[in-house]
Design a protein. Structure first.
Length: 277
């Protein structure tokens, strides 16, 4: 979605925040425009902050927006929009594997149960409230507030009633997570995780990715980053945190943290300390 709007002559980004791993928050202003989203690669959540009555979605009959309206545009869903009067809105863009792995982490369940339903100009308090918080966080640069709101948004998304086939059992996933937590400060090998699940490495890799939405390696990395975030709230040095969380060196820690979070560990620490007063 970001690419389509950035190519538009009428759209202007008034604020943006990079939360890492392809997660972006952008406050937009638009007027006198026509935008066609052609099979976007990720999921986009939109919340109308001001105006919107002059915004129509043409491919579903010309429905018009309003302040407080929520739009959910799932990955791969095309849409055609006409804007005839000024309005302000916030977009949150999430890659599919990120939203599914976050869902699996929050609910401790198979990521395939998550359903991202298309929605246009609806009143959805469970999405609207965290979206408003995210917009305010983008204006002020309050990263912690944005992360909390994003977790709330994902936690309240609907679930599909599926009969799941394949993947790992809840017990296998739990044993895997326990192994990762117990060895977070050292090497975490695929062979060890597969042994805990009682599977071959090849079969475990496929079944884990099916259930969690991301590979075992990326899942373990998110756990290292989560632990690092916790420790950055204290006074441990970056070198100590790097070692405790299992990174090979401080530069590896910095590169991995920035890729996952969108900023360096030092800047993240400075932001959360500033936000905490």
């Amino acid at each position: 979605m970001t690419d389509f709007l950035e190519a538009s002559s009428g759209a202007h980004a008034s604020a943006r925040m990079d939360l890492g791993a392809g997660r972006t928050v952008i406050l937009w202003e638009n007027r006198g425009d026509r935008v066609f989203y052609d099979h976007p690669s990720g999921h986009t959540f939109s919340f109308y902050l001001k105006g919107g009555t002059g915004t129509r979605r043409l491919d579903i009959g010309g429905a018009t927006g309003h302040p407080g309206a929520v739009c959910v545009m799932p990955a791969g869903h095309s849409s055609d929009w006409e804007i005839v009067s000024p309005f302000q809105f916030v977009h949150v863009h999430l890659p599919d594997h990120i939203i599914r792995s976050s869902y699996a982490h929050i609910h401790d369940r198979d990521s395939r149960q998550l359903e991202v339903r298309e929605s246009t100009f609806t009143d959805l308090p469970g999405i609207a409230a965290p979206m408003l918080q995210i917009a305010q966080a983008a204006r002020t640069g309050d990263r912690l507030s944005a992360e909390v709101a994003l977790s709330t948004l994902i936690a309240d998304l609907p679930e599909e009633k599926l009969v799941l086939k394949g993947g790992l059992s809840p017990q296998q996933l739990r044993r895997t997570d326990e192994w990762i937590a117990a060895h977070i400060g050292g090497s975490i090998l695929l062979a060890d995780l597969a042994r805990e699940a009682g599977l071959s490495e090849f079969h475990f890799q496929r079944m884990f990715t099916l259930s969690r939405g991301i590979s075992p390696h990326k899942w373990a990395m998110t756990k290292r980053i989560e632990k690092a975030k916790e420790q950055l709230q204290g006074e441990s040095s970056l070198a100590q945190i790097s070692s405790t969380c299992g990174f090979s060196c401080q530069s590896h820690f910095t590169r991995s943290f920035k890729a996952e979070v969108g900023t360096t560990p030092a800047r993240y620490r400075a932001q959360i300390h500033a936000e905490g007063g």
